[in-house]
Design a protein. Structure first.
Length: 450
């Protein structure tokens, strides 16, 4: 028996940039929501047809009709109504609001929208009040929404400020159960890089345990984003990173990423592991790669962790996540092979994964000093027992070093940072929350009728 609801399922989207546009594509394909209300907050072109023109064509993914039905399909946008600012996209009514930029002034209540995805990238602070003159996520709640999903990581302006109790960061299939529908009003869907990284890290932590992982480092070789410059321009007032004003077409550009910080929110075990995250932007429209390097304390030099074991971990992990989120491939892929791959948060490039094991020599003097520091804090009981194996009758052994097997594992993970990976995961997060809201509403109606 199919799902039923007395009123149409509506989704609000704030913004009409890359994520918002491709979210419409993804939702129209799935058709869970029967109506989508998009707030642009300004006029686009000279008429509604100009919005339709923008929506149905994409330089990266081609035409919307081909995405939905193949190359022979005709136009899927119809019934344009300038008065209401709406048209129908493959059977899904889509209305465009063009008056308010501040979330608190958007007519969500008037349009019956209870769930809003903010895809502007402008409002990142979950602690900002609804009356903030520059706008805030909580403005959506004041305007009638009951839940807000942010298509980016949270960024609290007050460095000393704590995460509000009604806000949470989740990634589908990793920690989406952390979302409490009775408690959380604002949900961050993290970032495309954090999403890919989480699916690379989680299987390894589940197998080895966080205590066995000594350190981690990642570099994302990331496609360009719309925040970058087409051509060189002079830096903005107060700009400290001069590379952001350089041409995206002609350069490999070093930049930063908040993936390490966001990963700790969705996989708390990472708090005990030293982690470095870097980003390199390259001249591609989409299709990105994470290179993850882990230092793992091994058990043996004669039978160490190897490439086959690492690949087997990922092969088994594929079935542990929702279907399609984690893909293991032993083909020789390039970035364009990943573009548009549906639902894949991460494609593990098993062909290139590799390991190397060696003995790390640790000076006993350093080890003894470390244990004394632990003992002084009340944490040295087990450590003292270990050091006891290195000496006899309080007399030091002749060797000055102890050797510990350590394996360095390098893992490659592809992701379509736009439609294929992140936007589809964002769609699933939206539908998941909408279903919970629907059940909540049905329960309330039953309580009233009872």
């Amino acid at each position: 028996m199919g799902e039923q609801r007395a009123v149409p399922r509506k989704l609000g989207i704030n913004g009409l940039g890359r994520i918002a546009k491709l979210s419409i594509w993804s939702h129209v394909e799935r058709k869970y929501f029967s109506e989508i209300v998009v707030n642009i907050g300004r006029e686009v072109g000279t008429r509604l047809e100009d919005i339709a023109h923008f929506l149905e064509r994409d330089s990266t993914y081609g035409r919307l009709n081909s995405y939905l039905y193949g190359s022979r399909a005709g136009r899927v946008i119809e019934n344009l109504d300038e008065t209401s600012g709406s048209f129908v996209v493959d059977g899904v009514k889509t209305t465009f609001l063009r008056n308010a930029r501040n979330p608190a002034l958007i007519d969500w209540r008037k349009h019956g929208v209870e769930l809003v995805v903010d895809a502007t990238g402008k409002f990142l602070d979950p602690s900002a009040p609804p009356e903030d003159p520059k706008g805030s996520l909580r403005g959506h709640l004041a305007a009638g929404a009951k839940k807000v999903i942010l298509s980016a990581p949270f960024k609290i302006k007050d460095k000393a400020g704590a995460m509000p109790a009604d806000a949470v960061t989740t990634i589908m299939g990793i920690n989406d159960s952390d979302y409490d529908p009775k408690k959380h009003l604002i949900v961050s869907n993290a970032s495309c890089t954090t999403t890919c990284l989480a699916y690379m890290v989680k299987p390894l932590l589940d197998y080895f345990g966080a205590d066995q992982v000594l350190s981690a480092a990642m570099t994302t070789v990331h496609a360009a984003t719309s925040s970058q410059s087409v051509l060189d321009h002079s830096p903005k007032t107060g700009a400290t990173d001069l590379r952001k004003s350089r041409s995206v077409f002609n350069n490999i550009i070093l930049t930063s990423t908040g993936a390490a910080k966001a990963l700790r929110l969705v996989i708390p075990e990472m708090n005990s592991i030293g982690f470095i995250a870097e980003s390199v932007r390259v001249p591609l429209t989409t299709g990105s790669l994470i290179i993850l390097a882990l230092m793992i304390q091994d058990k043996s030099l004669t039978n160490p962790i190897n490439r086959k074991l690492v690949n087997d971990i990922y092969k088994r992990a594929v079935s542990h996540f929702p279907e399609g989120y984690l893909v293991f491939s032993e083909e020789q892929n390039v970035s364009s092979d990943i573009v548009g791959l549906p639902r894949a948060a991460t494609v593990i490039e098993g062909h290139e994964n590799h390991t190397r094991t060696s003995a790390v020599r640790i000076g006993l003097d350093h080890l003894a000093s470390a244990i004394k520091r632990l003992e002084s804090t009340g944490q040295g009981a087990s450590a003292s027992l270990d050091i006891g194996t290195l000496s006899r009758d309080n007399e030091p052994r002749p060797q000055k070093f102890v050797e510990i097997p350590v394996t360095q594992a390098v893992i490659y993970g592809w992701y379509d940072n736009e439609l294929g990976s992140y936007t589809n995961m964002l769609r699933d997060r939206s539908v998941s929350m909408a279903k919970l809201m629907e059940r909540e509403g049905s329960g309330a109606m039953k309580a009233i009728s009872g």
